[in-house]
Ligand binder design. Sequence first.
Ligand SMILES: Cc1ncc(COP(=O)(O)O)c(C=O)c1O
Length: 442
Amino acid sequence: MTKEFVAADVLHEYAVRFRIALTSSDFANFLDKMDPMKHLKEEFYIPCNDNGVYLSGNSLGLQPKNLERIILEELYVWKMSHDFGRPWVSMSDICLEQLSYILGCSISEIAVMNSLTCNLHLLMVSFYNPTKERYKILIESPSFPSDYCAIESQIRFHDLNPSECIIQLKPRANEYVLRHEDIIDCIEKHGDQISLILFSGINYYTGQLFDIKEITDAAHKKVILTFFSMILGCIAGFDLAHCVGNVSLFLHEWNVDFAAWCSYKYLNSGPGGISGIFVHQKHDHRPLKRLSGWWGHDKNHRFNMDNELRPTIGAGGYQLSNPCVLSIGCLYASMQVFKKTTMSEICTKHLLMSSFLRLLIEEYKLPLKIITPVKDSERGSQLSLLVETTDIDKLHDFLKSENITCDVRKPNVIRVAPSAFYNTFADCFYFAGTLNKYFNQF
Ligand SMILES: Cc1ncc(COP(=O)(O)O)c(C=O)c1O
Protein backbone atom coordinates (compact mmCIF):
# COMPACT_ATOMS: atom_id res chain seq x y z
CA MET A 1 0.00 0.00 0.00
CA THR A 2 1.39 3.45 -0.89
CA LYS A 3 1.84 5.88 1.97
CA GLU A 4 -0.78 8.63 2.19
CA PHE A 5 0.58 12.04 1.20
CA VAL A 6 0.56 14.43 4.16
CA ALA A 7 2.17 17.76 3.25
CA ALA A 8 3.54 18.57 6.72
CA ASP A 9 5.05 15.06 7.07
CA VAL A 10 6.71 15.36 3.66
CA LEU A 11 8.31 18.65 4.73
CA HIS A 12 9.56 17.13 7.99
CA GLU A 13 10.95 14.07 6.19
CA TYR A 14 12.80 16.21 3.64
CA ALA A 15 14.27 18.42 6.35
CA VAL A 16 15.57 15.36 8.21
CA ARG A 17 16.78 13.51 5.12
CA PHE A 18 18.64 16.50 3.69
CA ARG A 19 19.74 17.82 7.11
CA ILE A 20 18.38 21.32 6.66
CA ALA A 21 16.53 23.14 9.45
CA LEU A 22 12.81 22.91 8.69
CA THR A 23 12.02 26.58 9.17
CA SER A 24 15.17 28.06 7.66
CA SER A 25 15.59 30.12 4.52
CA ASP A 26 17.96 27.40 3.28
CA PHE A 27 15.09 24.93 3.42
CA ALA A 28 12.82 27.35 1.53
CA ASN A 29 15.50 27.69 -1.17
CA PHE A 30 16.00 23.93 -1.25
CA LEU A 31 12.25 23.38 -1.78
CA ASP A 32 12.22 26.00 -4.53
CA LYS A 33 15.10 24.26 -6.30
CA MET A 34 13.24 20.92 -6.19
CA ASP A 35 9.95 22.44 -7.34
CA PRO A 36 8.86 20.82 -10.63
CA MET A 37 6.69 23.88 -11.41
CA LYS A 38 9.33 26.55 -10.82
CA HIS A 39 9.72 27.41 -14.52
CA LEU A 40 6.02 28.39 -14.71
CA LYS A 41 6.57 31.57 -12.66
CA GLU A 42 8.04 33.02 -15.87
CA GLU A 43 4.60 32.73 -17.47
CA PHE A 44 3.17 35.50 -15.24
CA TYR A 45 3.65 39.18 -14.59
CA ILE A 46 4.39 39.70 -10.89
CA PRO A 47 3.09 43.15 -9.94
CA CYS A 48 5.44 43.77 -7.02
CA ASN A 49 9.02 44.95 -7.29
CA ASP A 50 11.91 42.51 -6.86
CA ASN A 51 11.55 42.30 -3.10
CA GLY A 52 7.77 41.99 -3.24
CA VAL A 53 5.54 39.03 -2.67
CA TYR A 54 2.05 38.60 -4.14
CA LEU A 55 -0.11 36.30 -2.01
CA SER A 56 -3.59 37.24 -3.24
CA GLY A 57 -4.11 34.63 -5.94
CA ASN A 58 -7.24 33.61 -4.02
CA SER A 59 -8.65 37.05 -4.71
CA LEU A 60 -7.26 38.02 -8.10
CA GLY A 61 -4.89 35.66 -9.88
CA LEU A 62 -1.98 37.21 -11.77
CA GLN A 63 -1.85 37.97 -15.47
CA PRO A 64 -0.39 35.25 -17.70
CA LYS A 65 2.15 36.81 -20.08
CA ASN A 66 0.53 35.17 -23.12
CA LEU A 67 -2.76 36.94 -22.41
CA GLU A 68 -1.82 40.22 -24.04
CA ARG A 69 -0.94 38.51 -27.31
CA ILE A 70 -4.18 36.53 -27.37
CA ILE A 71 -6.28 39.62 -26.64
CA LEU A 72 -4.40 41.67 -29.23
CA GLU A 73 -5.04 38.90 -31.74
CA GLU A 74 -8.76 39.10 -30.99
CA LEU A 75 -8.68 42.88 -31.41
CA TYR A 76 -6.86 42.36 -34.70
CA VAL A 77 -9.52 39.88 -35.84
CA TRP A 78 -12.12 42.50 -35.06
CA LYS A 79 -10.16 45.23 -36.85
CA MET A 80 -9.00 43.28 -39.89
CA SER A 81 -11.21 40.18 -40.15
CA HIS A 82 -8.11 38.05 -39.78
CA ASP A 83 -8.36 34.39 -38.72
CA PHE A 84 -6.40 33.02 -35.78
CA GLY A 85 -8.42 29.79 -35.74
CA ARG A 86 -10.71 30.84 -32.91
CA PRO A 87 -14.09 31.53 -34.54
CA TRP A 88 -16.22 33.76 -32.33
CA VAL A 89 -19.30 31.53 -32.66
CA SER A 90 -17.52 28.67 -30.96
CA MET A 91 -15.26 30.80 -28.77
CA SER A 92 -16.91 29.58 -25.55
CA ASP A 93 -15.85 26.02 -26.39
CA ILE A 94 -12.10 26.57 -26.56
CA CYS A 95 -11.55 26.35 -22.81
CA LEU A 96 -13.88 23.44 -22.11
CA GLU A 97 -11.45 20.56 -22.48
CA GLN A 98 -8.94 21.95 -19.98
CA LEU A 99 -11.69 23.10 -17.63
CA SER A 100 -13.35 19.69 -17.66
CA TYR A 101 -10.01 18.24 -16.54
CA ILE A 102 -9.71 20.83 -13.76
CA LEU A 103 -13.26 20.14 -12.57
CA GLY A 104 -13.31 16.37 -13.05
CA CYS A 105 -16.25 16.06 -15.40
CA SER A 106 -17.12 15.74 -19.06
CA ILE A 107 -17.14 18.63 -21.50
CA SER A 108 -20.91 18.51 -21.98
CA GLU A 109 -21.40 19.04 -18.23
CA ILE A 110 -19.84 22.53 -18.26
CA ALA A 111 -20.37 25.87 -19.92
CA VAL A 112 -18.40 29.11 -19.83
CA MET A 113 -20.73 32.07 -19.41
CA ASN A 114 -21.74 35.19 -17.45
CA SER A 115 -20.48 35.97 -13.96
CA LEU A 116 -20.68 33.89 -10.81
CA THR A 117 -23.65 35.41 -8.98
CA CYS A 118 -25.58 35.58 -12.22
CA ASN A 119 -24.92 31.87 -12.80
CA LEU A 120 -25.95 30.95 -9.26
CA HIS A 121 -29.27 32.65 -9.98
CA LEU A 122 -29.75 30.81 -13.27
CA LEU A 123 -28.98 27.50 -11.58
CA MET A 124 -31.32 28.22 -8.68
CA VAL A 125 -34.11 28.79 -11.18
CA SER A 126 -33.68 25.14 -12.10
CA PHE A 127 -32.72 23.67 -8.76
CA TYR A 128 -34.67 25.59 -6.15
CA ASN A 129 -38.23 24.38 -6.47
CA PRO A 130 -39.85 25.08 -3.10
CA THR A 131 -43.00 23.22 -2.15
CA LYS A 132 -45.10 23.38 1.03
CA GLU A 133 -42.99 20.64 2.59
CA ARG A 134 -39.61 21.38 1.03
CA TYR A 135 -38.67 24.99 0.84
CA LYS A 136 -35.45 25.44 2.80
CA ILE A 137 -31.97 26.29 1.58
CA LEU A 138 -28.96 25.21 3.63
CA ILE A 139 -25.82 27.36 3.47
CA GLU A 140 -22.75 27.72 5.64
CA SER A 141 -21.81 30.61 7.87
CA PRO A 142 -20.11 32.90 7.16
CA SER A 143 -21.41 32.66 3.63
CA PHE A 144 -20.11 34.94 0.92
CA PRO A 145 -22.46 37.96 0.99
CA SER A 146 -23.32 37.72 -2.71
CA ASP A 147 -24.39 34.09 -2.31
CA TYR A 148 -26.53 35.00 0.69
CA CYS A 149 -28.18 37.88 -1.20
CA ALA A 150 -28.80 35.66 -4.21
CA ILE A 151 -30.41 32.99 -2.04
CA GLU A 152 -32.51 35.54 -0.17
CA SER A 153 -33.77 37.08 -3.38
CA GLN A 154 -34.60 33.68 -4.90
CA ILE A 155 -36.66 32.87 -1.83
CA ARG A 156 -38.49 36.21 -2.08
CA PHE A 157 -38.98 35.55 -5.77
CA HIS A 158 -41.08 32.53 -4.72
CA ASP A 159 -43.06 34.79 -2.34
CA LEU A 160 -41.50 33.08 0.66
CA ASN A 161 -39.91 34.51 3.76
CA PRO A 162 -36.08 34.17 3.91
CA SER A 163 -36.06 33.96 7.70
CA GLU A 164 -38.23 30.82 7.48
CA CYS A 165 -36.37 29.31 4.56
CA ILE A 166 -32.66 29.80 5.16
CA ILE A 167 -30.76 27.43 7.43
CA GLN A 168 -27.36 28.99 7.98
CA LEU A 169 -25.11 26.51 9.69
CA LYS A 170 -22.64 28.14 12.07
CA PRO A 171 -19.49 26.73 13.65
CA ARG A 172 -19.91 25.62 17.27
CA ALA A 173 -19.31 28.16 20.04
CA ASN A 174 -15.63 29.14 20.28
CA GLU A 175 -14.87 27.32 17.02
CA TYR A 176 -14.11 28.92 13.67
CA VAL A 177 -14.88 26.27 11.11
CA LEU A 178 -17.73 23.84 10.67
CA ARG A 179 -17.38 20.28 11.85
CA HIS A 180 -18.10 17.84 9.07
CA GLU A 181 -20.32 15.75 11.34
CA ASP A 182 -22.43 18.83 12.13
CA ILE A 183 -23.06 19.42 8.43
CA ILE A 184 -24.12 15.81 7.91
CA ASP A 185 -26.28 15.85 11.08
CA CYS A 186 -27.98 19.01 9.89
CA ILE A 187 -28.79 17.44 6.52
CA GLU A 188 -30.10 14.33 8.22
CA LYS A 189 -32.20 16.35 10.64
CA HIS A 190 -33.63 18.94 8.25
CA GLY A 191 -33.21 17.12 4.91
CA ASP A 192 -36.92 16.43 4.48
CA GLN A 193 -37.57 20.17 4.45
CA ILE A 194 -34.51 21.10 2.42
CA SER A 195 -34.99 21.90 -1.21
CA LEU A 196 -31.42 22.98 -1.88
CA ILE A 197 -28.00 22.83 -0.25
CA LEU A 198 -25.83 25.62 -1.60
CA PHE A 199 -22.43 25.44 0.03
CA SER A 200 -19.08 26.84 -0.91
CA GLY A 201 -16.49 24.28 -1.86
CA ILE A 202 -13.97 26.33 0.13
CA ASN A 203 -15.21 28.98 2.51
CA TYR A 204 -13.93 32.41 1.47
CA TYR A 205 -13.29 33.57 5.06
CA THR A 206 -11.84 30.54 6.79
CA GLY A 207 -10.29 28.68 3.85
CA GLN A 208 -12.07 25.50 5.00
CA LEU A 209 -12.53 22.92 2.23
CA PHE A 210 -15.76 21.01 2.68
CA ASP A 211 -16.19 17.35 1.85
CA ILE A 212 -18.16 17.93 -1.33
CA LYS A 213 -18.69 14.23 -2.00
CA GLU A 214 -20.03 13.40 1.45
CA ILE A 215 -22.27 16.46 1.60
CA THR A 216 -23.65 15.46 -1.79
CA ASP A 217 -24.18 11.85 -0.66
CA ALA A 218 -25.95 13.00 2.50
CA ALA A 219 -28.17 15.31 0.44
CA HIS A 220 -29.05 12.58 -1.99
CA LYS A 221 -30.24 10.30 0.78
CA LYS A 222 -33.05 12.84 1.14
CA VAL A 223 -33.80 13.28 -2.56
CA ILE A 224 -37.36 13.08 -3.76
CA LEU A 225 -38.15 12.52 -7.42
CA THR A 226 -41.74 13.12 -8.47
CA PHE A 227 -43.61 10.90 -10.85
CA PHE A 228 -42.31 12.96 -13.80
CA SER A 229 -38.69 12.88 -12.53
CA MET A 230 -39.01 16.41 -11.22
CA ILE A 231 -36.59 16.76 -8.30
CA LEU A 232 -37.92 18.36 -5.16
CA GLY A 233 -34.75 18.18 -3.08
CA CYS A 234 -32.33 17.72 -1.58
CA ILE A 235 -30.22 19.13 -4.38
CA ALA A 236 -26.48 19.61 -3.75
CA GLY A 237 -25.00 22.70 -5.43
CA PHE A 238 -21.63 24.34 -4.80
CA ASP A 239 -19.99 27.72 -5.26
CA LEU A 240 -16.48 26.71 -6.30
CA ALA A 241 -14.97 30.21 -6.53
CA HIS A 242 -12.16 29.26 -4.13
CA CYS A 243 -11.78 25.64 -5.28
CA VAL A 244 -11.35 25.71 -9.01
CA GLY A 245 -7.67 25.54 -9.94
CA ASN A 246 -6.80 25.20 -6.26
CA VAL A 247 -7.84 21.70 -5.17
CA SER A 248 -8.68 18.40 -6.88
CA LEU A 249 -12.28 18.16 -8.00
CA PHE A 250 -14.24 15.19 -9.34
CA LEU A 251 -17.65 16.73 -9.79
CA HIS A 252 -19.08 14.03 -12.04
CA GLU A 253 -17.91 11.12 -9.91
CA TRP A 254 -19.07 12.86 -6.74
CA ASN A 255 -22.51 13.16 -8.27
CA VAL A 256 -22.73 16.89 -7.52
CA ASP A 257 -25.95 18.30 -8.99
CA PHE A 258 -24.60 21.66 -10.05
CA ALA A 259 -21.79 24.13 -9.43
CA ALA A 260 -20.59 27.56 -10.52
CA TRP A 261 -17.28 29.36 -10.18
CA CYS A 262 -15.45 32.48 -11.22
CA SER A 263 -12.21 32.51 -13.20
CA TYR A 264 -10.44 35.52 -11.73
CA LYS A 265 -8.94 33.75 -8.68
CA TYR A 266 -6.88 30.58 -9.15
CA LEU A 267 -7.80 30.54 -12.86
CA ASN A 268 -5.93 33.82 -13.45
CA SER A 269 -8.34 35.27 -15.99
CA GLY A 270 -8.47 38.85 -14.85
CA PRO A 271 -10.85 41.08 -12.88
CA GLY A 272 -14.47 40.10 -13.49
CA GLY A 273 -13.28 37.19 -15.67
CA ILE A 274 -15.91 34.95 -17.17
CA SER A 275 -17.63 32.40 -14.93
CA GLY A 276 -18.64 28.82 -15.59
CA ILE A 277 -21.26 26.28 -14.62
CA PHE A 278 -21.41 22.53 -14.11
CA VAL A 279 -24.67 20.60 -14.37
CA HIS A 280 -24.44 16.86 -13.83
CA GLN A 281 -25.22 14.72 -16.87
CA LYS A 282 -27.96 12.90 -14.95
CA HIS A 283 -30.09 16.06 -15.28
CA ASP A 284 -29.79 16.20 -19.07
CA HIS A 285 -33.18 14.68 -19.74
CA ARG A 286 -35.04 15.85 -16.65
CA PRO A 287 -37.81 18.41 -17.03
CA LEU A 288 -35.97 21.31 -15.35
CA LYS A 289 -37.32 24.82 -15.38
CA ARG A 290 -34.81 27.27 -16.76
CA LEU A 291 -34.40 30.66 -18.35
CA SER A 292 -33.33 30.55 -21.97
CA GLY A 293 -31.62 32.60 -24.65
CA TRP A 294 -30.49 31.99 -28.21
CA TRP A 295 -26.96 30.90 -27.22
CA GLY A 296 -28.42 27.87 -25.44
CA HIS A 297 -29.68 26.61 -28.80
CA ASP A 298 -28.19 23.49 -30.26
CA LYS A 299 -25.38 24.91 -32.43
CA ASN A 300 -26.82 23.47 -35.61
CA HIS A 301 -29.98 25.52 -35.13
CA ARG A 302 -28.66 28.68 -33.49
CA PHE A 303 -28.78 30.71 -36.66
CA ASN A 304 -32.03 29.30 -38.01
CA MET A 305 -33.65 32.40 -36.60
CA ASP A 306 -36.90 30.67 -35.73
CA ASN A 307 -38.52 30.77 -32.33
CA GLU A 308 -38.37 27.08 -31.71
CA LEU A 309 -35.89 26.42 -28.92
CA ARG A 310 -33.91 23.23 -29.40
CA PRO A 311 -31.56 23.47 -26.42
CA THR A 312 -28.04 22.07 -26.40
CA ILE A 313 -28.02 18.91 -24.30
CA GLY A 314 -26.03 19.49 -21.12
CA ALA A 315 -24.78 22.60 -19.40
CA GLY A 316 -24.46 24.41 -22.74
CA GLY A 317 -28.24 24.70 -22.78
CA TYR A 318 -27.97 27.24 -19.96
CA GLN A 319 -26.12 29.78 -22.12
CA LEU A 320 -28.18 32.87 -22.80
CA SER A 321 -26.08 35.31 -24.79
CA ASN A 322 -23.09 35.27 -27.08
CA PRO A 323 -20.19 35.70 -24.67
CA CYS A 324 -17.54 38.42 -24.66
CA VAL A 325 -14.68 37.02 -26.73
CA LEU A 326 -12.14 39.14 -24.87
CA SER A 327 -13.14 37.54 -21.55
CA ILE A 328 -12.90 34.09 -23.06
CA GLY A 329 -9.53 35.05 -24.54
CA CYS A 330 -8.31 35.80 -21.00
CA LEU A 331 -9.48 32.41 -19.74
CA TYR A 332 -8.02 30.71 -22.80
CA ALA A 333 -4.63 32.32 -22.12
CA SER A 334 -4.68 30.92 -18.60
CA MET A 335 -5.79 27.47 -19.78
CA GLN A 336 -2.72 27.35 -22.04
CA VAL A 337 -0.56 27.73 -18.92
CA PHE A 338 -2.59 25.13 -17.00
CA LYS A 339 -1.86 22.73 -19.87
CA LYS A 340 1.84 22.89 -18.99
CA THR A 341 1.29 21.12 -15.68
CA THR A 342 -1.20 18.79 -13.97
CA MET A 343 -3.79 19.31 -11.25
CA SER A 344 -1.89 16.82 -9.14
CA GLU A 345 1.27 18.95 -9.34
CA ILE A 346 -0.68 22.16 -8.62
CA CYS A 347 -2.59 20.73 -5.64
CA THR A 348 0.50 19.11 -4.14
CA LYS A 349 2.41 22.38 -4.33
CA HIS A 350 -0.50 24.31 -2.80
CA LEU A 351 -0.54 21.95 0.16
CA LEU A 352 3.23 21.97 0.59
CA MET A 353 3.47 25.77 0.43
CA SER A 354 0.61 26.42 2.82
CA SER A 355 1.94 23.77 5.23
CA PHE A 356 5.36 25.40 5.12
CA LEU A 357 3.80 28.81 5.70
CA ARG A 358 1.89 27.47 8.70
CA LEU A 359 5.03 25.88 10.18
CA LEU A 360 6.92 29.17 9.85
CA ILE A 361 4.15 31.29 11.37
CA GLU A 362 3.66 28.84 14.23
CA GLU A 363 7.40 28.79 14.89
CA TYR A 364 7.29 32.52 15.72
CA LYS A 365 4.45 31.99 18.24
CA LEU A 366 2.72 35.17 17.12
CA PRO A 367 -0.45 36.52 18.78
CA LEU A 368 -2.73 35.40 15.94
CA LYS A 369 -4.59 32.22 15.09
CA ILE A 370 -4.59 30.30 11.84
CA ILE A 371 -8.24 29.30 11.58
CA THR A 372 -7.93 27.29 8.36
CA PRO A 373 -8.01 23.56 9.16
CA VAL A 374 -4.65 21.81 9.38
CA LYS A 375 -5.65 18.60 7.57
CA ASP A 376 -4.74 18.48 3.87
CA SER A 377 -8.20 17.17 2.99
CA GLU A 378 -9.83 20.23 4.59
CA ARG A 379 -8.02 23.06 2.85
CA GLY A 380 -6.30 24.25 -0.30
CA SER A 381 -3.68 26.93 -0.65
CA GLN A 382 -5.33 29.61 1.51
CA LEU A 383 -4.47 30.28 5.14
CA SER A 384 -6.76 32.60 7.10
CA LEU A 385 -5.06 34.40 9.96
CA LEU A 386 -7.41 35.58 12.66
CA VAL A 387 -6.01 38.83 14.04
CA GLU A 388 -7.59 40.11 17.23
CA THR A 389 -4.74 41.60 19.25
CA THR A 390 -3.76 44.35 16.86
CA ASP A 391 -5.50 46.71 14.46
CA ILE A 392 -5.91 44.56 11.36
CA ASP A 393 -5.72 47.53 8.96
CA LYS A 394 -2.49 48.68 10.60
CA LEU A 395 -1.02 45.21 10.13
CA HIS A 396 -2.24 45.12 6.54
CA ASP A 397 -0.66 48.54 5.85
CA PHE A 398 2.60 47.33 7.36
CA LEU A 399 2.60 44.26 5.10
CA LYS A 400 1.91 46.50 2.10
CA SER A 401 4.77 48.77 3.09
CA GLU A 402 7.00 45.67 3.03
CA ASN A 403 5.83 44.90 -0.52
CA ILE A 404 3.47 42.10 0.41
CA THR A 405 0.09 41.84 -1.27
CA CYS A 406 -2.54 39.92 0.65
CA ASP A 407 -6.07 40.84 1.69
CA VAL A 408 -8.18 41.61 4.72
CA ARG A 409 -11.67 40.22 5.10
CA LYS A 410 -13.65 41.97 7.78
CA PRO A 411 -13.97 41.64 10.62
CA ASN A 412 -10.75 39.89 11.58
CA VAL A 413 -9.06 37.87 8.92
CA ILE A 414 -5.96 38.30 6.78
CA ARG A 415 -5.99 35.87 3.88
CA VAL A 416 -2.84 34.60 2.21
CA ALA A 417 -2.80 32.04 -0.57
CA PRO A 418 0.47 31.08 -2.24
CA SER A 419 -0.20 30.11 -5.85
CA ALA A 420 1.53 27.04 -7.28
CA PHE A 421 2.14 28.90 -10.54
CA TYR A 422 4.00 31.95 -9.35
CA ASN A 423 4.81 31.75 -5.64
CA THR A 424 7.91 30.28 -4.09
CA PHE A 425 8.70 28.78 -0.70
CA ALA A 426 11.00 31.78 -0.30
CA ASP A 427 7.89 34.00 -0.62
CA CYS A 428 6.33 32.09 2.30
CA PHE A 429 9.52 32.57 4.30
CA TYR A 430 9.51 36.31 3.59
CA PHE A 431 5.84 36.65 4.56
CA ALA A 432 6.25 34.85 7.90
CA GLY A 433 9.39 36.85 8.70
CA THR A 434 7.59 40.11 7.93
CA LEU A 435 4.66 39.16 10.17
CA ASN A 436 7.15 38.46 12.93
CA LYS A 437 8.81 41.82 12.32
CA TYR A 438 5.46 43.59 12.76
CA PHE A 439 4.67 41.95 16.10
CA ASN A 440 8.25 42.45 17.36
CA GLN A 441 7.75 46.19 17.23
CA PHE A 442 5.52 46.07 20.26
C1 LIG B 1 -17.25 32.67 -2.77
C2 LIG B 1 -17.66 33.76 -3.70
N1 LIG B 1 -18.93 33.76 -4.17
C3 LIG B 1 -19.36 34.74 -5.00
C4 LIG B 1 -18.52 35.77 -5.38
C5 LIG B 1 -19.07 36.85 -6.25
O1 LIG B 1 -18.59 36.75 -7.53
P1 LIG B 1 -19.12 37.68 -8.72
O2 LIG B 1 -18.95 39.10 -8.31
O3 LIG B 1 -18.19 37.33 -9.84
O4 LIG B 1 -20.54 37.33 -8.99
C6 LIG B 1 -17.20 35.79 -4.92
C7 LIG B 1 -16.29 36.89 -5.28
O5 LIG B 1 -15.18 37.01 -4.86
C8 LIG B 1 -16.77 34.76 -4.04
O6 LIG B 1 -15.53 34.75 -3.53
